[in-house]
Design a binder for this molecule. Structure first.
Ligand SMILES: [Ca+2]
Length: 87
């Protein structure tokens, strides 16, 4: 699990660092991360409407950027579905 957390953090930082603040994901950075890192777990990852919807459900303070903790909710949801844990 520690290795998995390390991967999540380093990948988040790599994508967050491409424009603006290196601590948060812009919409564009989020789209790139989802398309390349989560192509199977996120259905229709290439659809801009899917990205907009996900972004709006994750961006709790509605500032157009995802902090790690905002992004982390998606990891939890996907892992929950992947594990078949239900709601
Ligand atoms: Ca935010």
């Amino acid at each position: 699990m520690e290795a998995a957390i390390g991967v999540l953090v380093s990948q988040f930082k790599a994508y967050a660092g491409s424009d603006g603040s290196s601590d948060t994901l812009s919409r564009g950075e989020f789209q790139k991360l989802v398309a390349s890192q989560l192509p199977n777990l996120v259905k229709d990852a290439g659809d801009p409407a899917v990205i907009d919807h996900l972004m709006s459900t994750l961006d709790e303070n509605c500032d157009g950027e995802l902090t790690f903790l905002e992004f982390w909710q998606l990891v939890g949801r996907l892992a929950n579905q992947h594990g078949g844990f239900g709601k």
